[in-house]
Structures are given as structure tokens and as C-alpha cells.
Design a protein around this ligand. Structure first.
Ligand SMILES: [Zn+2]
Length: 235
């Protein structure tokens, strides 16, 4: 009986180990990595949107440059007309001078437009490169964390497989009748096998009467207090 009880004790210990390892596996933090990946995804989308925006802004800036060149060309032609001495009429000359002044003012305003558009493009380009830099860092952190998690889970799974093997080896050696007693008791009591060490039941910490401890039983002996099957240390 004692060998069978020892095997049951082993079975129960393996069940406890398995439970602890499963809890450990569940505690491995995957939330943080998932959150990080979500951040990376959103940042990636923001970069794509910003790049599209930058492209539009660059088009606007070059449109402003073309407009500026056109007005500058108009002014050049008008000044040429004015200074070549082709105009003899004073009134017409005054009108052309006024037009030239207007064009100069327009050029000033358009130069500001070009400058502003270029500054905006530069600001957005800097913003994009900052986000890309952050994205690179986050991706490398994510990869390290992901690797760590994969390793931890892999290790726990290996241990669980090993436990399963040992569990089946022990189970094969247990007689059906003994196992049935154990299984039926396990439905009522959590971890139904207790060891008696120094006359004390390991399940409930109560003393076991000496007569029970010393009895060499062919059948399992149960703790009067908690009802567990007892594995005696002196059997
Ligand atoms: Zn007990």
C-alpha cells in the first residue's frame, strides 16, 4: 500500500507543480507588448499620413515659386519697357511706374508666401523624421520584449511537458482501484493525499493518533480530521 500511496503523493505533487506553472504562464505579461505594437501601428499610420501631407505642401510651395517667377518676369518686362525709352507720353509713363510699384508689392507678398510654405514643409519634414526615429526605438524595444516573452513561455511549456510525462509514468504504476479511491476523494478534498510527518497530518496540521501511525495497513488510512489519505513516514 505504501508504494501506491507514494505514487499517489507523487501524482498529487505533479498536479500542484502543473497548477503553479500554468499560473506562472498566465502571468507572463503579453499586454504590454500588445500595447506597444498598437502604438507602433498608429505611429506608422501617422507617418504615412504626414508624408502625404508633406507631398501636398511641397506642391503648394512649388506653385507659389512658379507664381513668384511669373510676377517677377512681368515686372522685368515692364521695367524694360519703361527704361528703354519707348514711352514718350508722360501720363503713360506714370501709369507704367504705378504698375511696376504694384508688381513689386505683389512680389514682396509672394516671396513671403514662398518662404512660409517652405518653412511649413521643413517643420513637417522634421516632425516626420522625429516620429520615424521614435518608431525605430519602439520597434527595437518591442522585438526584445517579444523575444523575452516567447522564451519564457517556451520554457514553461517545456516544464509542463516534462511534468505530463512524469505524471503518466506514475499513473501507469498506480492500480486502478487505488486511483479510483484517490479520484473520488479528490472530488471532495483538494489534494486528497497527506503525509504524516512527526505524527502530524500535512493536510490539516492535526496530530494523528500513534495507533494509526504505527498500523501497517493493507488499506489506506484516512485522517480523522480532514479525511485525507495518509502516507505514513514510518510505514
Ligand atoms: Zn488531516
Amino acid at each position: 500500500m505504501k508504494d501506491q500511496l507514494k505514487l499517489l503523493w507523487q501524482l498529487q505533487s505533479l498536479e500542484q507543480e502543473k497548477k503553479a506553472l500554468t499560473a506562472k504562464k498566465e502571468k507572463i505579461k503579453t499586454d504590454e507588448v500588445r500595447r506597444l505594437w498598437q502604438e507602433i501601428r498608429l505611429m506608422g499610420q501617422a507617418v504615412i499620413a504626414d508624408r502625404d501631407k508633406l507631398m501636398c505642401m511641397q506642391k503648394v510651395a512649388s506653385r507659389h515659386e512658379i507664381d513668384l517667377a511669373e510676377v517677377a518676369d512681368q515686372l522685368r518686362q515692364m521695367e524694360e519697357h519703361l527704361y528703354k525709352g519707348e514711352i514718350t507720353n508722360i501720363k503713360e509713363m506714370e501709369q507704367v511706374k504705378v504698375k511696376c510699384d504694384t508688381l513689386r508689392q505683389e512680389i514682396g507678398a509672394r516671396e513671403e508666401d514662398v518662404l512660409r510654405a517652405m518653412e511649413e514643409c521643413e517643420r513637417l519634414a522634421n516632425q516626420i523624421s522625429n516620429i520615424e526615429e521614435q518608431l525605430k526605438k519602439k520597434k527595437s524595444i518591442h522585438s526584445v520584449k517579444q523575444q523575452g516573452i516567447t522564451q519564457s513561455i517556451g520554457y514553461v511549456e517545456e516544464c509542463l511537458e516534462e511534468i505530463d510525462k512524469r505524471y503518466h509514468i506514475a499513473l501507469e504504476k498506480i492500480e486502478q482501484k487505488t486511483y479510483d479511491q484517490y479520484a473520488s476523494l479528490a472530488r471532495k478534498i483538494v489534494y486528497p493525499v497527506a503525509k504524516v510527518e512527526n505524527g502530524v497530518c500535512s493536510g490539516c496540521r492535526r496530530g494523528i493518533p500513534a495507533s494509526q501511525v504505527s498500523s501497517v495497513a493493507a488499506h489506506p488510512v484516512y485522517c480523522d480530521n480532514c479525511g485525507r489519505m495518509l502516507l505514513m513516514d514510518c510505514q
